[in-house]
Write a protein that binds this ligand. Sequence first.
Ligand code: GDP
Length: 317
Amino acid sequence: MFALRDKRIWVAGHRGMVGSALVRRLEREACTVLTASHAELDLRDQAATRAFVLANRPDAVILAAATVGGILANDSFPAHFLYNNMMIAANVVHAAYEAGVSKLLYLGSSCIYPKFAPQPIPEAALLTGELEPTNQWYAIAKIAGLKLTEAYRRQYGCDFIAAMPTNLYGRGDNFDLAAGHVLPALLRKAHEAKLAGAAEIVIWGTGTPRREFLHVDDCAEACIHLMQHYSDFGHVNVGSGEDVTILELTERVCAVVGFKGRIVNDLSKPDGTPRKLMAADKIRALGWGPRIGLDDGIRDAYHWFQHDLSQAARGAA
Ligand code: GDP
């Protein structure tokens, strides 16, 4: 059991969707949360990262910083996704080791698993087959980060652990159509189509791939649970345990938004991996389970999307 009380906890990547959910969750604990904005600290810069950690002396680190994006962004900027994420992982993990950090949680992603992994995907499926080509760059960097935590645990006895969340969504998501993931993109498309009185919305690919979704507040809860209760080799999947087809997801998003038009497929866009459901047995056995169902989660994400829109409009006025 790692107690958070009176600890200094650095959330690296606190402006991101996961990092900001972690900061909100940690506000309920009697601990001090450390953060550094991108302008203050570029995590790709080894000397700067080392100096920050040595100067601030966190007791624990949650590494939620990453260059992230949806299927098209990953496919378009391979160097960006591979280089940035490898540098961030190497610099933060090594600096944490040098500063004697007591606990580190590294956050990966479900795309680390082979394209044709057995479903639901057990943790043991890692490195048993070829990756999905569209996001292999990001995946390779995330696998390297995960292995770094294991290597530092093995060689130096550091209490570094790794969690692999499934597709996350919620407050602070990226609603940009080109760069974002499917759920925020669909919310935006349905919202704009409803306002414009459009007859249809266009989704990418066939609509048949299956994806699992977890609300980011559930993910933050899982991360804190793992920080407190998990200390071992081997990463832990963090998922809801359920998946839906992209078409079903679209219908549920449209129902929440109130868009009643048709759903049309753009078959020039990639489907990506056919299915990505993670086995959740390990984290369930550790005593964590999700609390936010998909429809409630979509409603919450839609609320924050509208909130962001009105903030942006106020800023522009
Ligand atoms: P992935 O889970 O790494 O494949 O990333 P995404 O969340 O970007 O895409 C998931 C699935 O949703 C893929 O099959 C996409 O083709 C499909 N999809 C359908 N419409 C959209 C859309 O408007 N944006 C995105 N990003 N994906 C979409």
